[in-house]
Design a protein around this ligand. Structure first.
Ligand SMILES: [Zn+2]
Ligand SMILES: [Zn+2]
Length: 387
């Protein structure tokens, strides 16, 4: 990487390194200028007191010890004070003030109960579903530490937050850009992020199977078409892990060459870590897979790992937010998630039409499994099935 090559020297070299690799705004409140991730992490670790990013919970203890010295208090008195002054002792134990008793003799309490019951009857759960799910995800990971100390995220590790937007090819997402948010470690390979991105186009099964519905193959398009790339700052990072992979960025690079565009380079996704990248924070980049499924990828944050983060290496890339999609139910029973899509179907109320497996087979085949009438049937994977 260019920035890495420029770093490393002493004196002037270091100053240049600091100038180049400390992110500054390119466009105010939009995105930073490009900088080298690892060099930035190194500068940060040089400047910061290691106590700020180490995982030992010493800060508070040290503070208390100093206070005890200043007030000339014994350790026991300090501990007693700590318990008495703790915010937990302010709540008055298990007494819950939000639960109003229904059998009180006090008129005011009865009135309050009536009002509370009325408010409860108005409450609808739907809008908050996304938030509940997001906080569930967050709570699962906060402060999590692995059993095996080998798997602990190293102190001073870079954590990047990446938003992956849903592709433009879905008409439904034209006006709202739903996304998933993942956290990755600087030392992770780009291919690890690729494997963590769940996109429904990876899960499709291609083909028409109306004559042989049992023959619909189990394998999904991710197993068939493994090529993909990320695009960051003029470099295409191709996934070349498997022999079937082809560098799908090649045609773009050659086209750019022949059309007087800046020259793009290509590298391998599985050989590049996030630390190796030169990126802009807040700038839209690209992830492309399955030929034309294009996702805008935005790195929204870069920081050092903190003791309250999820510290289990195995859980990274860590999903911290995912937009939940509506599931599309079978158009016959309106109960189960659709598994088949039919077109040109005289038995269906609309064209195309979605069916669950049971309704599809019951409606379209006789007891011996013979096809009834003319229609075309394609396996359907519902995006909402992976919420
Ligand atoms: Zn996709
Ligand atoms: Zn059904």
């Amino acid at each position: 990487m260019a920035a890495a090559a420029s770093g490393g020297g002493a004196g002037d070299g270091d100053r240049a390194d600091a100038q180049e690799n400390v992110p500054t705004y390119e466009w105010e409140d939009k995105n930073t200028k490009a900088f080298h991730v690892a060099a930035f992490g190194r500068l940060w670790r040089e400047k910061l007191d290691p106590a700020l990013y180490c995982y030992q919970d010493t800060e508070e203890d040290a503070e208390h010890a100093q206070l005890a010295r200043e007030l000339e208090l014994s350790e026991e008195t300090m501990e007693e004070l700590r318990v008495i002054c703790s915010p937990d002792s302010l709540t008055g134990g298990d007494v819950r003030t939000d639960v109003v008793p229904h059998d009180s003799s006090l008129k005011t309490v009865r009135l309050r109960k009536r009002k509370q019951d009325y408010k409860d009857s108005l409450r609808r759960d739907f809008p908050a579903k996304q938030d509940v799910f997001a906080s569930e995800l967050e709570n699962l990971a906060i402060g999590r530490r692995p059993m095996d100390p080998e798997l602990l995220v190293p102190e001073g590790e870079i954590i990047l937050t990446v938003n992956v937007l849903y592709p433009v090819i879905f008409e439904a997402f034209k006006f709202c850009r739903h996304h998933m948010t993942l956290q990755v470690m600087g030392s992770q390979k780009l291919s690890e992020l690729r494997d963590a991105i769940c996109c429904v186009s990876d899960l499709q099964v291609y083909g028409e199977f109306s004559s042989t519905p049992d023959m619909a193959p189990e394998f999904i398009s991710k197993d068939l078409y493994k090529s993909a790339f990320f695009f960051f700052e003029g470099v295409f990072y191709d996934d070349m892990r498997y022999p079937e992979c082809t560098a799908i960025s090649k045609s773009t690079i050659e086209w750019a060459k022949s059309h007087d565009f800046p020259t793009y380079r290509s590298a391998k996704m599985e050989e590049t870590t996030f630390n190796d990248l030169v990126v802009k924070i807040g700038y839209p980049y690209l992830y492309c897979h399955q030929g034309d499924c294009e996702h805008v990828v935005i790195i929204t944050d870069i920081r050092l790992a903190h003791r309250d983060d999820c510290l289990d290496k195995n859980l990274y890339p860590l999903l911290i937010y995912k937009h939940r999609m509506l599931t599309r139910k079978c158009s016959v029973c309106n109960l189960y998630i659709s598994r088949w899509l039919t077109t040109d179907d005289h038995l269906a109320p609309m064209d195309p039409c979605l069916f669950c497996d049971m309704c599809f087979r019951t409606l379209h085949y006789d007891k011996e499994g013979n096809k009834l009438g003319h229609f075309l049937a394609y396996p359907y994977v519902d995006p909402g099935a992976f919420n």
